[in-house]
Write a protein that binds this ligand. Structure first.
Ligand SMILES: C[S@@+](CC[C@H](N)C(=O)[O-])C[C@H]1O[C@@H](n2cnc3c(N)ncnc32)[C@H](O)[C@@H]1O
Length: 348
């Protein structure tokens, strides 16, 4: 299946925390940067402008994002290469290009405004479209998941990835609706969810927001991709190289925070999602990163006023040390697996 290139009328994607990302990356004097989430090219454009000698490899799993970047490639004098693919495999993509190491890697996790605003992509509960939600052109769609998953699996996805307290009621409603026929559109699903989830009208939050988020994260294996990308970045960054990650979800931020904490030799607090933070629960000796941001960097009030989609963004960045890279942390990888939802107790 091929998709149309991103069309202009759906509104440009406004890069989030752009100044803060550029400051964290500290680009001058570097040679090769990787933008693992090219999107509308907001970060890439700014990186190319920040240093006239910098080359950028932009990766995106959405073929329409890559097609939309053709003009930027043409104008880049050979400084920009775009690769259709997953950032979880960024090391393999760089190897294919003959690149052994990178100086800077940036990830801006999640969906772009173009993806959300195009009803036919199936991300939006506000505009009717096919229930798809795939960023890439392949794999199972949200309709496949909604119509075929077990009730308990749906409830877990909606609870953990969507943080929807009424997840069980939503899953039950979906299962009952399935008996009457397949759920094929975003409007069908949004109406079903709105029947069991209430939000304050004054909040402006649609009742289906959390359910859609949970399904989208599951459909695109977003947490698994993030974990793979952190390990790939660790392998590909040269000593002194920097990794900056912008997240929009607490589970993603926790993965980045715990990865950087573990890799800077700090103890990682055990949690429901990470019962044993590190082997033995001890600080790791593998100091492969040093944080360059003190805690998460959040958007300013003026940025959230200008761009409400930035409101849940968090930036964390760290510099690669020259310490040897240890084996992947199984505990961090376990974060990507769907944790089991608590049963009984609170209604969800
Ligand atoms: C928030 S947008 C990035 C916007 C970009 N920073 C800009 O300024 O225009 C996220 C992009 O990452 C892409 N993406 C999400 N997960 C991905 C993955 N695992 N591999 C590659 N691209 C991914 C999406 O398709 C989307 O285009």
């Amino acid at each position: 299946m091929t998709r149309k290139p991103i069309e202009k009328p759906c509104g440009p994607h406004v890069p989030v925390l752009l100044d803060e990302v550029l400051a964290a990356l500290d680009l001058p004097g570097t040679t090769l940067a990787v933008d693992g989430t090219f999107g509308a090219g907001g970060y890439t454009r700014a990186m190319l402008a920040a240093d006239p000698d910098l080359r950028v490899v932009g990766i995106d799993r959405d073929p329409s994002a890559i097609a939309g970047g053709a003009a930027l490639v043409a104008a880049s004098n050979g400084r920009l290469t775009l690769v259709p693919g997953r950032f979880g495999a960024l090391d393999a993509h760089l190897a294919d290009l003959g690149e052994a190491q990178a100086d800077r890697i940036v990830l801006d996790i999640g969906v772009s405004s173009m993806q959300i605003d195009q009803p036919e992509r199936g991300f939006s509960f506000r505009n009717d479209g096919p229930l798809d939600m795939r960023m890439a052109a392949t794999g199972l769609s949200a309709a496949d998941l909604v119509n075929e998953a077990e009730e308990v699996e749906l409830a877990d996805i909606i609870y953990h990835y969507g943080e929807e307290r009424r997840s069980r009621a939503v899953a039950r409603t979906i299962i009952e609706a399935r008996r009457r026929g397949r759920i094929e559109t975003t409007a069908q699903l949004a109406d079903l969810v709105a029947g069991v989830v209430r939000t304050e009208p004054s909040s402006g939050i649609h009742p289906a927001t959390r359910t859609f988020q949970g399904l989208r994260i599951a459909v695109n294996d977003e947490l698994g991709e993030l974990v793979q990308a952190l390990h790939a970045a660790e392998r590909m960054l040269r000593p002194g190289g920097r990794l900056a990650v912008v997240t929009f979800h607490s589970l993603e931020d926790r993965i980045v925070k715990q990865f950087f904490s573990a890799r800077s030799g700090r103890a990682v607090q055990a949690s429901r999602h990470m019962p044993s933070a590190l082997p033995g629960g001890e600080p790791t000796a593998a100091r492969s990163f040093t944080p360059v941001t003190k805690g998460p960097v959040l958007p300013s009030d003026s940025e959230t006023a200008r761009n409400p989609r930035s409101r849940s963004a968090k930036l964390r960045a760290a510099e690669r040390t020259d310490a040897p890279v240890p084996a992947p942390l199984a505990a961090i990888q376990a974060l990507a697996a769907l944790p089991e939802a608590p049963r009984g107790g609170a209604r969800r």
